[in-house]
Ligand binder design. Structure first.
Ligand code: GLC
Length: 549
């Protein structure tokens, strides 16, 4: 029995094109490289990873000040990554294997080299002046307000344009000018961009900083609350955002953003089976849930960054998932992920004295057995660690190079990623942690991911079934039941370093079978519910029989 849409029951694999596979030997990954690796992603057999969709970070023409998130042409391909024909081949190859293609849409800002911005900055009377956010100095020549760039090193979110004597807004780098979404022409132009890619056959969009597109039209100051914090010298935006305090900010999450998203949704709904997942970087579940609108009229999915930011504690993850479930509108579906191109890798982030790799196995099981759509960042499936990037190789303004190092395909010097020197150094340990070494090793991370993904495919309970957490489980476990007609699964994840014995409540079932464990030494087979032991840093999936009584 199947139910629902592909974006609800599939697993999405996130590719950072610069770092996945380099087909032309220039040290930077490209679209043809991705196409050459599609069989690895899904060849229709459990020998492959088995993912159902890929999300590609930007590959559009760009000066690369933010590695493609500074778009200079929304409807082309940067020569570094190939051509539109390469893109079409990638889509055709993916679709032939049943893999959907999600592209990154960056509607909040363009490159300062985008023709729209060049026109806008040319004069105060330019017909495109109002496509961006321009404002006068405050008395004394200060920027229009106190808003800061999301990148601390970039400082204020305003840059002064000497020729026209006004400031323009950039929520990120000065080379990324924010579009003015109050202007209907901007909305129409972006709608054309969306249609361009839909007509080319893409299955969906990941919408970059979806919560930023609308902001206070009066450009009022953000409140200053954290005076004296050395990490937050301005005492505003960053501290508030990271703490998720619910303080009202004026430069994001403005109510009008929901109208913009409804517009996107109308366009998508005019096509068959397309979707949008938003990067809604709000650390407040209530606000996040609103990005689903009624459940039918805004985003199909919103990435849950609160989940990603949890410490390695079972009750932390459980309470986020449970609380969010209660907040989502009917029929809405979460999107879980533990890593992306902006965040430290799981095996590094959760490491405490060397247990990172073992915890990453438990994290993999959590991600792939929770309700919601799992998003998997390239390299996580082989247990890649954050790369060590020496000072003279640092290229990103915000410290994100370590999570962007080349995909590790084999033990050769370029890791099978490139025949040339890669744009970022290959991660330490690549001679052990790589696809070739792990492919045929049943104990490897790659084998675990393949098992989890293919098991999920065969399980209605995991793909679209109900979710219920078991708060009475022993303290070091995050345990939950997933259920669909005829199938009940118990997932028990041990976040601790000690074995846990758990005599299951007879109400949960009269028999059980161990289906999967993150411990490669543990084999599937019958298991008496009264005798469940979950090992240190182990996760298990049990099939439960009928409840007693
Ligand atoms: C998003 C992207 C990030 C980029 C920023 C500006 O947060 O994930 O990589 O730097 O937007 O576009």
């Amino acid at each position: 029995m199947t139910r629902g849409d592909w974006w609800r029951h599939g697993v999405v694999y996130h590719i950072y094109p610069r770092s996945f596979a380099d087909s032309n030997g220039d040290g930077v990954g490209d679209l043809a490289g991705i196409t050459s690796r599609l069989d690895y992603l899904n060849d229709g057999t459990p020998a492959s990873l088995g993912v159902d969709a890929v999300w590609l970070s930007p590959f559009y023409p760009s000066p690369m000040d933010d590695f493609g998130y500074d778009v200079a042409d929304y409807t082309g391909v940067d020569p570094l990554f190939g051509t539109l024909a390469d893109f079409d081949r990638l889509v055709a190859g993916a679709h032939a294997r049943g893999i959907r293609v999600i592209v990154d849409l960056v509607p909040n800002h363009t490159s300062d080299r985008h023709p729209w911005f060049l026109e806008s900055r040319a004069s105060r009377d330019s017909p495109k002046r109002d496509w961006y956010v321009w404002a006068d100095s405050r008395p004394g020549g200060a920027p229009p307000n106190n808003w800061m760039s999301a990148f601390p090193r970039a400082g204020p979110a305003w840059s002064f344009d000497h020729r026209t004597g006004q400031w323009y807004l950039h929520s990120f780098l000065p080379q990324q000018a924010d579009l003015n979404w109050w202007n209907p022409e901007v909305r129409r132009a972006m709608d054309e961009v969306v249609r361009f890619w839909l007509d080319r056959g893409v299955d969906g969009f990941r919408i970059d900083v979806a919560h930023r597109m609308a902001r206070d039209p009066e450009l009022r100051d953000n409140p200053v609350v954290a005076v004296g914090d050395p990490d937050d010298p301005t005492g505003q935006a960053r501290a508030i955002r990271l703490a998720g305090t619910g303080v009202k900010l004026f430069d994001e999450d403005w109510p009008e953003v929901h109208e913009i998203l409804r517009g996107f949704r109308r366009t998508l709904d005019a096509y068959h089976d397309r979707m949008a997942v938003g990067e809604v970087y709000l650390l407040d579940l209530r606000k996040l849930a609103r990005y689903y609108g009624s459940g039918q009229d805004e985003l199909h999915l919103a990435h849950n960054f609160v989940f990603l930011h949890q410490p390695w504690k079972p009750e932390a993850f459980r309470s986020v998932v449970d609380e969010y479930a209660a907040l989502l509108p009917p029929d809405a579906w979460p999107a879980h992920f533990l890593g992306n191109h902006d965040h430290s890798r799981v095996a590094s982030r959760y490491d405490e004295g060397g247990n990172g790799p073992a915890r990453a196995r438990v994290a993999a099981m959590m991600l792939l057995s929770l309700w919601g759509t799992p998003f998997l960042y390239y390299g996580e499936e082989i247990g890649m660690l954050d790369g060590q990037v020496p000072g003279d190789r640092v290229v990103d303004v915000d410290g994100r190079d370590p999570e962007r190092t080349p995909m590790q395909w084999d033990a050769s010097p370029g890791a099978g990623f490139s025949s040339a020197a890669p744009w970022l150094p290959v991660g330490a340990g690549a001679e052990r942690v790589n696809v070739a070494a792990e492919r045929d090793d049943p104990t490897s991370m790659l084998s675990l991911y393949r098992r989890l993904i293919w098991y999920r495919k065969g399980s209605a309970a995991l793909r679209w079934g109900g979710y219920r957490s078991l708060p009475d489980a022993p303290a070091s476990l995050y345990a939950f039941v997933r259920e669909a007609p005829g199938e009940r699964l118990l997932v028990a994840l041990n976040f601790g370093g000690e074995p846990v014995r758990w005599a299951l409540d007879p109400g949960l079932g009269d028999s059980s079978r161990l289906e999967l464990s993150t411990d490669p030494a543990r084999r599937p087979g019958p298991l008496r519910p009264a005798e469940l032991v979950v090992g240190p840093d182990e996760g298990v999936i049990l099939q439960l029989g009928q409840p007693l009584g």
